[in-house]
Design a binder for this molecule. Structure first.
Ligand SMILES: CC(C)(COP(=O)(O)OP(=O)(O)OC[C@H]1O[C@@H](n2cnc3c(N)ncnc32)[C@H](O)[C@@H]1OP(=O)(O)O)[C@@H](O)C(=O)NCCC(=O)NCCS
Length: 363
């Protein structure tokens, strides 16, 4: 049978410090009721460590679940829109941390669609015989680019990491079909200009520019239509109908977006993985974290049709359709945790509040 990329290991890393809706009530003019009703989010992780630390924990957990050692990996792909620095890439920094010396490594930026783009890339490289065992990570420290005086954006996003190991299989399982798309013309609906080279070399970071610019309701519409259309195209290519889908694992941006998109597809809520309440929108990390939770909850069985779908900045969208392989319980467990911290969420966000305060003082 055709050689395909199939998921054999998974893991996630959730920061221990949470920003709850009650905390947000102290920072901006909002309410637990408004946030819960409009987004489904109750708390989000705010990382006290760097992206590499989050990625390392998720990666080692995924490797242990796959029963593999770091030396077995021949490619590391990190999907992120918040790399620590641009060069070396986040993937190379992670490779060094893991000591995965047999692996090539590169980053992939498709914002919140990053993990789906990564799944498509990794499985295609496996199909082509370029790689046999890929470590695919989604890792984000989004709080770095948020403005915690802005109620429109600060309520939505959280930090975290998720990872999968994808291996070659000829047993009929693995990624069956993909759909990737983008519309750069709509890119202005979601922009954060913080981590790039645009502008003068002497330019200082300033709160007027270096924040997420965002047209929430427009993004909402693009997201619902984008995910629905993308899943339909990917399913058509796989010659699978929406009724045959056992689980949709969507990007966790807003519970109402997930509900609207999957309702339009005719997929019942019990076949949709939603874990946004505890993580918020963690961009490229959201799908692998949701996938890990789905497996931990026993929601995926061998042979299941599992669909990943996402939309995000760029704007970008994408979906993959896969038939799940035999691995549904982890082979092993990694003995690794993030370093503990005594910091409160207000401690971690203190510098952010200080940085953006002038923007809000001047209206
Ligand atoms: C941002 C988002 C939650 C806003 O929800 P919405 O239902 O579209 O709400 P609106 O922006 O229309 O605002 C409705 C009202 O609530 C108010 N409001 C906005 N944010 C609020 C908050 N955090 N708390 C309380 N009220 C708020 C608005 O000011 C507006 O008030 P008005 O009616 O008096 O003008 C929603 O548009 C969304 O999730 N968009 C997609 C964003 C996203 O996920 N982007 C990342 C993609 S990867």
């Amino acid at each position: 049978m055709k050689r395909r990329g199939t998921i054999t290991g998974w893991g996630k890393c959730v920061p221990p410090v949470k920003l709850t809706n009650a905390d947000l009530e102290q920072l901006v003019d909002t309410s637990d009721e408004w946030i819960t009703e409009r987004t489904g989010i109750q708390e989000r992780g705010i990382s006290h460590v760097e992206v590499t630390d989050l990625a390392e924990v998720a990666a080692l957990r995924a490797l242990a679940a796959a029963g593999l050692a770091v030396d077995d990996i021949d490619l590391i792909v990190v999907a992120t829109v918040t790399p620590e620095i641009s060069c070396p890439s986040q993937a190379c920094t992670l490779q060094e941390r893991l000591g995965a010396w047999n692996a090539g490594a590169f980053d992939l930026n498709a914002a919140c669609s990053g993990f789906v783009y990564g799944s498509s890339t990794a499985s295609s490289m496996i199909e082509a015989g370029v790689a046999d065992r890929v470590l695919l990570v989604g890792a984000e420290k989004l709080h770095f680019v948020m403005d915690y005086w802005d109620r429109a954006t600060s309520i939505l996003f959280g930090d975290g990491a998720g990872a999968v190991v994808m291996e070659a299989s000829t047993a009929g399982d693995g990624v069956l079909a993909h759909d990737l798309g983008a519309d750069g013309g709509q890119g202005k609906t979601m922009v954060f200009p913080t981590l790039g080279t645009r502008g003068e070399i002497l330019r200082e970071r300033d709160p007027w520019t270096d924040r997420l610019h965002f047209e929430g309701p427009n993004v909402f519409k693009i997201a619902v239509r984008g995910m629905e259309g993308s899943v339909r195209r990917a399913l058509e290519r796989a010659e699978i109908s929406p009724e045959e889908v056992n689980l949709v694992v969507p990007h966790q941006a807003n519970a109402r977006i997930i509900d609207a998109a999957t309702r339009r597809l005719g997929v019942p809520p019990e076949n949709v993985m939603v874990n946004i309440a505890n993580h918020g929108n963690s961009a490229a990390a959201s799908i692998p974290m949701a996938l890990s939770d789905a497996l931990e909850q026993g929601r995926i069985a061998e042979g299941d049709i599992v669909v990943q779908t996402a939309f995000g900045g760029g704007v970008t969208w994408g979906s993959t359709v896969m038939r799940w392989g035999e691995r549904t319980t982890p082979v092993g467990k990694a003995d690794i945790e993030l370093p503990p911290t005594d910091l409160t969420v207000f401690d971690i966000l203190a510098e952010n509040r200080q940085f953006f305060a002038p923007y809000h003082a001047d209206g």
